[in-house]
Design a protein around this ligand. Structure first.
Ligand code: GDP
Ligand code: IMO
Ligand code: MG
Length: 425
């Protein structure tokens, strides 16, 4: 398998976990490069359902190395419980999960600031974050006042936490939130540090050695292109580079190591949290898609907003990420929809837009220009071969590929491994 970056092409939850799990079979190493426990990647294997937040989705294949790269922000307590939960289900992490010593720590005070800011925000000030402390942790990283996984191993956190809390508690009190107890936080971290220490290493060396030895590397993106801090619908975004560019800075692997980019994309669109969403359906069809697609957040349980496929977003994602092919998911969710709509452009204030505008108010004013498409209205989820899909379903997939200029490499008609058609990859 060529070294592959796999990214979400929309607003997250495209089915990245499932596709990583499918492609992991041919990989030696699976590495996450950004985000934190805001991610929720679901994998269904037979009757088992796993939701991973920090651990790469390659962990469910016993012989794969999994790496949590330097670009992540890690809640150590959440990571301990994720590893423990996997162990309880018979999945061993020891010796095949490695955590970067340079990854930053998302701590209780980051979560408290996140929750308190979200709680106080009104109207368009609210972002609808996952309250996992993602923004405040990346802010501290950039402010050069963050703590890193290496500080857990060296015991430096014992000295640093009381210092940081002095300032953070002032901030929390000013926001009307309760201050945190330094001794309590240090004690919690001591427990997590003891558990995680054997997993923490210099993953930059580990990854580059694997690369030079010709191992196959799969980079697992979290979130999606439209949530990217630079390219997304700012400020309604997450705080990291979720696009393919983040794969290098978040792992320490050079650009030459990337040989292919796969964009995971749903056959329709969803979004969790606030912010503009031009093709959103606030009607019975939106509700139907939500129920059929079980569109409820894997991390927060919030109902996801649903809408038609947005080719403006898809083309923009293809351009920014350099997408070689789509992994197109959730075709089956549209099985019963009579007429499908594809957004081909936007219109606002009498002008036509072929790409996503930077101005968030302009994007909010954008109305989709639709092309209608007759649905196939028959069940696809129990079909075993791509050729056996209804003609109209294949025509819909072909149309999405033509309109976005990207071929389909994988098509998925269900959450399980066997509901996957491999076309060109
Ligand atoms: P991720 O964050 O991109 O990994 O996606 P999530 O796991 O948050 O959400 C995707 C959901 O869709 C999960 O519940 C998957 O099990 C499910 N899923 C993935 N592919 C398909 C598909 O082709 N059809 C259906 N019906 N469900 C799918
Ligand atoms: P996966 O990897 C969908 C959204 C939040 C919010 C915004 C900022 O499962 O696709 P944050 O907590 O990151 O500061 O929240 O980003 N968000 C996601 N939406 N899937 C995700 O991850 C997301 N991670 C963050 O809902 O709108
Ligand atoms: Mg998700």
């Amino acid at each position: 398998m060529p070294n592959t970056v796999l990214i979400g092409a929309q607003w997250g939850d495209e089915g990245k976990g499932k596709i990583v799990d499918v492609l992991s079979r041919e990989a030696d190493v699976v590495v996450r490069y950004q985000g934190g426990s805001n991610a929720g990647h679901t994998i269904e294997i037979g009757p088992e359902r796993y939701v991973l937040h920090l651990v790469p989705s390659g962990i469910l294949h016993a012989d794969k190395i999994n790496v949590i790269g330097n670009g992540l922000v890690i809640d150590p307590i959440a990571l301990v419980s994720e590893i423990r939960d996997l162990l309880k289900r018979g999945i061993q992490a020891a010796g095949r999960l490695w955590i970067s010593d340079r990854a930053h720590l998302a701590l209780a005070y980051h979560q408290a600031v996140d929750a308190s800011r979200e709680g106080r925000a009104e109207g368009d000030q609210k972002i609808g974050t996952t309250k996992r402390g993602i923004g405040p942790t990346y802010s501290d990283k950039m402010m050069r006042i963050g703590l890193r996984m290496g500080d857990l191993v060296s015991d430096d956190y014992r000295r640093l936490i009381p210092q940081r809390l002095e300032e953070k508690n002032r901030q929390l009190c000013a926001m009307g939130a309760a201050p945190l107890d330094s001794a309590e936080l240090v004690a919690q971290l001591a427990e997590a540090a003891a558990f995680l220490a054997p997993y923490i290493t210099d993953t930059i060396v580990l990854l580059n050695q694997a690369y030079r030895a010709g191992k196959n590397i799969l980079f697992e993106g979290a979130q999606g292109t439209m949530l990217d801090i630079d390219f997304g619908t700012y400020p309604y975004v997450t705080s990291s580079n979720s696009t393919s560019g983040g794969a290098c800075t978040g792992t320490g692997l050079p650009p030459q190591s990337i040989q292919r980019v796969v964009g995971v994309i749903k056959a329709y669109t969803t979004r969790v949290g606030e912010g503009p969403f031009p093709t959103e359906l606030n009607d019975a069809t939106g509700e139907f898609i939500r129920q059929q697609g079980r569109e409820f957040g894997a991390t927060t349980g919030r109902p996801r907003r649903c809408g038609w496929f947005d080719a403006v977003v898809a083309r923009y994602a293809a351009m920014i990420n350099g997408i070689d092919c789509w992994a197109m998911t959730k075709i089956d969710v549209l099985d019963q929809v009579k007429t499908l709509r594809i957004c081909t452009a936007y219109e606002a204030h009498g002008r036509r837009y072929e790409t996503v505008p930077a101005d968030i108010r302009l994007l909010a004013a954008c109305k989709p220009v639709y092309e209608d498409f007759e649905g196939w209205q028959s069940k696809t989820s129990d079909i075993n071969r791509y050729e056996d899909l209804p003609v109209r379903a294949r025509a819909y997939i072909d149309r999405l590929c033509a309109i976005t200029g990207v071929p389909a490499g994988i098509v998925s008609v269900g959450p399980r491994r066997d509901s996957t058609f491999r076309l060109t990859l």
